[in-house]
Design a protein around this ligand. Sequence first.
Ligand code: PMP
Length: 305
Amino acid sequence: MGENRIQAYFEGKYVPLEEAKISILTHAFLYGTACFGGVRAYWNPEKGQLYGFRFEDHYRRLLNAAKLLRMNLKYSNEDLRNITIELLRKANYRENVYLRPVAYKSSQGIGVKLHGLEDDFTVAVIPFGKYIDNNALRVTVSGWRRPDDNMLPSRGKINGAYVNASLAKSDAVENGYDEAIFLTASGHVSEGSAENLFIVRKGQLITPPITDDVLEGITRDSLMVLARDLGIEVVERSIDRTELYFCDEMFLCGTAAQVSPVVEVDHRIIGDGKIGPVSEKLAQAFNDVLLGKNEKYMHWLTPIF
Ligand code: PMP
């Protein structure tokens, strides 16, 4: 930071972070009327290559959320990918990085609405190590509920909705846990504050359906594909809270969190309290894909250099 390195695409230009600033009257700042992505690119030192992961899918999700927010962006999915590739080339990091694309209501002024406003797109890149330090998480079921699809849809990453996520995460951390698990308004398990959730019971890998107010997670999707390849039975169905206490394994997953095993839920030990074999196998398989070590999934990667 402070090195004048190009780290953002903002208002149509590639600029250092210091030059990427919005007004305090920007609609997105006042009302949370923006949607964002969390995207990673991984450095493989043996190949001397930086691989972007599932850019097209990340931007498809972002463009869907933009549609929900009644945005008229002038960029196609391909445009967004090209901007991102160009930014990564200009930034020239030779290490793992995190990208934060945001589509936002860029008009300045007061007025609660979505229509008749200007929209813009920006993306920033930062070097990024681990999001969750601890590799054996202790979590709690949050008293905060996930808003349902008719309140504040969880399918897209809407900036304002992350106040809900933050309420749960801070309560969990300040009460001594690593993460919070949300229930839906009707009481089923939904997801973590910024991660999808899987459990293993009797050899089955189980995750809540998207209709239980979870984000259409790209890591979630990738892990389901990889699990099936490994011969693991994958089931999408609603999960009850007590199943979290009874399951053999549990993990959270996401672009930032990757595969983060959970060893304790509300003071109940999961399995034997250690990272389970299915979680371990999937984490390894996923890591190989990210680094371009699995030929079958090279189509998920965008080589940058
Ligand atoms: N759920 C929520 C609420 C999230 O914010 C994230 C992070 N993007 C995820 C799940 C994981 O999604 P992905 O694998 O696409 O990063």
